[in-house]
Structure formats: C-alpha cells, structure tokens
Design a protein around this ligand. Structure first.
Ligand code: DQA
Length: 144
C-alpha cells in the first residue's frame, strides 16, 4: 500500500508563527513544528503549504483536493471572510479539517463566524499546535 498523503495548508500571517503575537500563537515556528510532525509520522507523506494570498490557497486546494487523503486547513483570517475558500472546499473530494491555534470563540466576535466550518468534517480551535496532530490522526483514521 502506498503512503497516505496529507496536506497541511496555512493561510495568511501564519508564516509569522513564532514571531507573531506569541502570547496567542506560541513561540514555535511552523517550519520547526513541521519537522516534529515529519518525525512523528514517518510513514505519512506530509505536504506543507502556506500562502498569504486567497487565490493561491484556492489553487492549492484544487491541486491537492482530488488526490490527498485529507487536508488540515488553517485559513487564518480568511476563515471569517472567504466564500471563495468555502466553495473551493465544496468542489473537492478530499476531507478537510479546519484548525485554529487560538480559541476563536473566546476572541473578538468577528472571529466567531466561519465560512469553512460548514464544509469541513470538523473544527479544532484553541488547542494550540496540538490541534494539527489531532486533525492528522483523525484524517488518517478515516475510511476514505
Ligand atoms: C487563527 C484564528 C484567526 O481568527 C486569525 O485570523 C488567524 C489565526 C488561529 O489559528 O487561531 O490568523 O486561524
């Protein structure tokens, strides 16, 4: 059996993890965390992409969304604004888990709305970077 592939896709400003508001998002960069994930899942083809540009995120969802076992998606602030990202997820076949590092429901009211949740298998919010681990475990155990 070939290795399962999982896409981890991060949206705007998440390239600054480790530097950006460390009291909210922690001090680890995503690149360093990704190395930890690769060590944790040696038999999984983990793919990591990040973009600050909505259209690039859409293109990446189109590119991988018909071939990977699942997508772990942190859309950043586009969560709260982007109907186009919602439509992109609805157009693909790979299941998506929405992940937020911070607990969006304990923050400003505009963060309580997600366009992504309704088209995702589930949402993990507020568990820090550990949320990505839970999302990967969930997707790996799906019978798709
Ligand atoms: C975030 C929460 C969003 O509201 C915010 O705009 C982000 C990060 C999170 O991971 O907690 O950029 O998605």
């Amino acid at each position: 059996m070939s290795q399962p592939s999982i896409l981890i896709l991060n949206g705007p400003n998440l390239n600054l993890l480790g530097k950006r508001e460390p009291t909210v998002y922690g001090t680890l960069s995503f690149e360093d965390f990704f190395k930890e994930l690769q060590n944790r899942y040696p038999s999984v083809n983990l793919i990591y992409q990040q973009s600050n540009i909505e259209g690039e995120l859409i293109n990446t969802i189109h590119q991988y969304g018909f071939e990977v076992k699942g997508i772990v998606f942190n859309p950043g602030a586009y969560t709260h604004t982007s109907v186009a990202l919602r439509d992109a997820i609805q157009a693909i076949v790979s299941p998506v888990v929405e992940v937020h590092i911070s607990q969006v429901h304990a923050r400003e009211e505009f963060r309580h709305v997600s366009h992504i949740g309704a088209v995702s298998k589930g949402t993990i919010s507020g568990l820090g970077l550990q949320g990505y681990v839970y999302a990967i475990d969930f997707l790996l155990n799906l019978g798709n």
